[in-house]
Design a protein around this ligand. Sequence first.
Ligand SMILES: [Zn+2]
Length: 115
Amino acid sequence: MSDKKDDSFTLYDLQVETIKTDRDLVCAHEEGVNFQVIGENLVFPKDSKFSLYALAALLPLLPAKQRMTDENDWMTTDDVIACPDPNCGAQFRITRIAKHEFNHSDCTIVPLDKN
Ligand SMILES: [Zn+2]
């Protein structure tokens, strides 16, 4: 049980950026296109486009990358995800750009067990 006296917790804000490799891009990716993950929100720059299939590959990893991880955990060190199209050379770099504090009571109606 935590000794914390409030209901705050910290998540990383993330940036996901399309990066090019030496292989051709098959999908409609554009190098440098990015979005941010802030809490539960995906924040896209105005008028930007991002591949549905690439997003589907990234989504399972984003909540884990938002959280504090052990320095020896591969989730801490590994930050490049390949496009799910095996013929496509695009990759996506997930960068922890900031820490953001949230309150449990702002995120859920389920009470904390303070016993
Ligand atoms: Zn692709």
